[in-house]
Write a protein that binds this ligand. Structure first.
Ligand code: PMT
Length: 222
């Protein structure tokens, strides 16, 4: 029986990859399956929260009781997240958002030519940074996928993006990060907490992350 410690709370979760269009048949994306974010959404709903899941393209089924909004690009995700941001109590950004998109998108298929092809890329808007800058009462949690110096980079993102906490996963390890059913996370908060959540299923890791968030929110209120 899960605890009902998120009863009455509104929780926004983002999950999955984004797709950045080149032409009608091609796009840039990444290896995110959505599993981590969907697990967080499911766990929060079981604990009584009113959950909105903004999801990039994913094969996963919507967890029971969760309101899902489908998006494709980083810009779509930003637009949908901003619409509901103001009313949220907790925001957890597990999506793997593209940092770059093609400057130009073509209305018809790009034809093969002799020689090399270059595609110019421009930065997307950093959704998490935007949310950090507009933060009012929300408890804002980021994720970070790092291959090295995970804690140091995580702390940097926590500060720079005005987050309350960040979950760092070391990608490149087997059984952690993109696509696997398991993960290993370090939960960092503003007060210097550095909680190692040892390897477990993403569903269990999701509950452990929510435990940390609930504890931090209670501490904030004192
Ligand atoms: O989906 P799975 O297969 O289960 O894999 C899970 C996961 C590894 C994708 C997930 O646990 C994870 O780490 N997600 C964040 C991946 C990521 O994009 O990390 P980052 O270090 O590039 O970005 C840091 C944070 O900024 C993230 O919260 C990201 O959502 C956010 N961001 C990044 C770029 C951008 N334009 N806007 C953003 O909001």
């Amino acid at each position: 029986e899960p605890k009902r410690d998120l009863e009455g709370k509104k929780v926004l979760v983002t999950a999955g990859p984004t797709q950045e269009t080149i032409d009608p048949v091609r796009f840039f994306t990444n290896h995110s399956s959505g599993k981590m974010g969907y697990a967080v959404a499911e766990a929060a709903a079981k604990r009584g929260a009113d959950v909105t899941l903004v999801s990039g393209p994913s094969q996963l089924t919507t967890p029971f009781g969760v309101k899902r909004i489908d998006v494709t690009s980083a810009q779509d995700m930003l637009d949908q997240v901003l619409i509901v941001y103001g009313e949220q109590d907790i925001v957890i950004k597990a999506a793997a958002v593209a940092d770059y998109r093609p400057v130009q998108t073509f209305d018809s298929k790009v034809k093969k030519q002799d020689g090399n092809l270059s595609i110019e890329m421009e930065r997307t808007t950093d959704i998490l940074l935007t949310l950090g800058q507009r933060k009012q009462h929300q408890f804002l949690v980021g994720f970070a996928a790092e291959t090295n110096d995970a804690v140091a980079y995580g702390k940097g993102k926590l500060e720079r993006k005005h987050l309350d906490a960040i979950c760092v996963n070391t990608v490149g390890k087997t059984g952690a990060g993109f696509q696997s059913d398991t993960n290993e996370v370090i939960y960092l908060n503003r007060e210097g907490k550095e909680q190692h959540l040892p390897s477990d299923t993403k569903k269990q890791i999701a509950h452990r992350i929510l435990d940390e968030i609930v504890e931090d929110m209670e501490a904030d209120r004192k």
